[in-house]
Design a protein around this ligand. Sequence first.
Ligand SMILES: [Zn+2]
Length: 288
Amino acid sequence: MQGLRDVLEQTQKNGLAVGHFNFADTVLLKAIFAAAQELKVPVLVGASEGEREFLGVRQAAALVRSLREEFDFPIFLNADHTHSLAKAVEAAKAGFDAIVFDLSALPFDQNVRQTKQAVEALKSINPAILVEGEIGDIGTGSEIHEEAPDLSKGLTTPVEAKQYVESSGVDILAPAVGNMHGLLKSMLQGQTRKRLDIQRIAQIKSATRVPLTLHGASGTDEQDLRKAIAAGINIVHINTELRVAWRRGLESGLAKQPDEVVPYKILPNVVESVKQVTRSRLRLFSQR
Ligand SMILES: [Zn+2]
């Protein structure tokens, strides 16, 4: 079985990216895994601090490990947006394959210094673990926002990206390149779409030469996503689109069977709804 690092290298060689999808329950995980299995592409699943708190850190790790082993399938687990070393260590000890160590809210120098310490601590627990660092501002909360935040001042520059990667020792970098967490109301119906700074991605890639992650990719223009992958993005995060599909699937499942109380008769509707979105995103990221 290939490790996550090998999978990232291989997909990059092929000019493709690995899809990253968040889960906080087994319905989401089941849907994501089914879509990846159907398309026969590696997949990264992630759980943020809040998602881990709901599902359980060791429980999330055990679920993903059981899928990987039973089906001999390249599914990997990421501790998304981890804001403290204690939580990062907890995830590393539980067997997560990657950690997003996110101190992007701190001043640059503090972010570098504390991320470097975290990289050393996490690699001493698991030398194969991949640590991702974040610089710039991409907003918070994978949910529906009323208004667009002004993120223009928080875009990552190639110079600071290079300095950050070299000084902190992170394996993966998450830059701010026009992406944003969450969706605006206008994006729900597709009237507006997020646009990416493709040239900036290419410059950051050539300055850093490390795998790059695009966070907050829900609701992004599809041509921009293709171009971003060609310019050097290796991991694409989708969360809000899945959450919307989860809720719609649940609502329609309940509406179809107003008297049903059996979870495993209602929830397949949610699995199908989430699976459809995951499949369409995975197709986009894994086919040129
Ligand atoms: Zn994110």
